[in-house]
Design a protein. Structure first.
Length: 195
């Protein structure tokens, strides 16, 4: 008994399917760099790189100075006071910098807030790299608690020369879900403390 020989049409179909699969695979991995290139060339916006890609010890390429302005606010649903220590800072691109913000919970119970950052002008956002920031995690403040909140950042030396001022702004919003989780925990703690 002999095994039938494979048909050439079937082999050609398999080869085509493998070619299509390989093409889709290559296209998938090339989309991210193509998207970055398109954003930079068409819109003049660089997508933000992760802090791990920016060397904190990177030596400044020149002594250019960029003015960084700081702003802070809270949503009306969050009874906190929040403001920057300094309103402006002169920085050298490529150097690690630190700015402080202050937050205070003016309510009578613990609240959780989440900070949303914004960098202006928008085309500078890809050149403003935060290496450490209170905005990376939700912040819990007990009733009346005050806290310093540092942000460490590097302005990329590749920042376009016509950008001389960058504004870093934060808005704190009440994190309702995490604040609700605090209520049962504090109630359980107070029931154990009562005789």
């Amino acid at each position: 008994m002999t095994t039938p020989a494979p048909r050439p049409e079937r082999n050609a179909g398999i080869v085509r399917l493998l070619g299509v699969a390989l093409g889709v695979f290559v296209l998938t991995f090339s989309l991210v760099p193509l998207y970055r290139i398109a954003c930079e060339k068409v819109f003049g916006v660089r997508l933000e790189r992760g802090a791990s890609q920016v060397a904190a010890s990177q030596a400044p390429t020149d002594r250019r100075v960029v003015r960084v302005e700081f702003d802070g606010g809270v949503n009306s649903k969050l009874p906190w006071a929040f403001h920057p220590e300094k309103l402006t800072m002169e920085v050298v691109p490529g150097e690690l910098n630190e700015a402080l913000y202050f937050a205070r919970n003016d309510s009578e119970h613990a609240l959780v807030g989440s900070a949303v950052p914004s960098v202006a002008p928008a085309r500078a956002s890809g050149y403003f790299n935060k290496t450490e920031c209170f905005c990376f995690t939700a912040q819990t403040l007990q009733a009346g608690e005050q806290r310093e909140m540092p942000v460490r950042f590097i302005v990329d030396p590749d920042l376009p020369a016509d950008v001389r001022t960058i504004t870093l702004s934060y808005t704190f919003y009440k994190n309702d879900a995490l604040t609700a989780q605090l209520a049962p925990a504090s109630a359980a703690g107070s029931s154990h403390a009562a005789p």
